[in-house]
Design a protein around this ligand. Structure first.
Ligand code: AR6
Length: 240
């Protein structure tokens, strides 16, 4: 009885989170059947807000940069019909709220750009949103753990991600990105349909972390723009 009870509970919570995301989409004016997204996963990149949590980058500036770089990118690559999805854990996330507001102001089309609440490692299973590409806000040593989205992605992907990452690079510079194909044995590949992880290193404003920019937002904003440009371009070049 307990087992059935817990299955029912988890089904209920799954359906609750699915309907939450569909409602989010409707609220953002997205007229879409989420089932359709399954087939379009190959053209969808889900990404976290780079540098705005542990790295303490100013949210208002970061939101401007996300929307401006995304708009520019989507315009240049319109022929590829790509979709960018900003993901954060909570519906009331400050970054989601700011980015949605700015995206509306810039007239970004909802088919191309969304900002949703969810766990980036569980988008297909809990939100019915298939994303073949997900980005990771990593650290300069490309090491698993350390908390935040980096720890969550390395954990969900299993050791295959660590092995494939190490084959390609030992370190990453701020403002750059590294694409890592996920082995088909990775649980995140099998369960979520994620085929590539794009590691991205953003600028750091946290004095307790390496390479702190000590409030230099001229350099910081440049690096954050570079980080998103590299991430989006890496995605496009793999789709192409
Ligand atoms: N799904 C979606 N978004 C998430 C998840 C998740 N599972 N987990 C966190 N976020 P952060 P940073 C959001 O701190 O500021 C790491 O330790 C979170 O709410 O992960 O670039 C690395 O090793 C926030 O909006 O990245 C680096 O040392 C966003 O992801 C350092 O932190 C980014 O938060 C990088 O700091």
């Amino acid at each position: 009885f307990n087992k059935m009870g817990s299955q029912a509970d988890s089904r209920e919570s799954n359906e609750k989170s699915i309907s939450t995301v569909e409602n989010q989409a409707k609220e953002q004016g997205i007229n879409s059947n989420f089932g359709e997204y399954i087939d379009e996963g190959i053209r969808t990149l889900a990404f976290p807000s780079i540098s705005t949590s542990d790295f303490q980058f100013d949210h208002e500036r970061a939101a401007d940069i996300i929307v401006e770089v995304a708009e520019d990118f989507l315009h240049k690559f319109r022929r590829l019909c790509l979709r960018l999805v900003l993901v954060d854990l909570k519906e009331n996330s400050d970054m989601l709220v700011r980015v949605r507001q700015k995206a509306r102001g810039h007239g970004l089309r909802s088919e191309e750009f969304m900002a949703i609440a969810g766990d980036i490692t569980k988008l297909r299973s809990s939100c019915r949103l298939q994303c073949s590409f997900i980005a990771n806000a990593t650290n300069w040593r490309l090491k698993p753990g350390g908390g935040g989205v980096n720890a969550a992605i390395f954990k969900a992907a299993g050791e295959g991600l660590e092995i494939e990452t190490k084959k390609r690079a030992k370190t990453l510079n701020p403002g750059s990105a590294l694409v890592v194909p996920l082995p088909s044995t990775s649980p995140m590949y099998a369960t979520e349909g994620v085929t590539h992880v794009i590691h991205v290193l953003g600028p750091n404003m946290n004095p307790e972390r390496p390479n702190c920019l000590q409030g230099d937002y001229v350099e910081g904003s440049k690096l954050l723009r570079d980080a998103y440009s590299c991430m989006f371009r890496a995605f496009a070049s793999h789709v192409e």
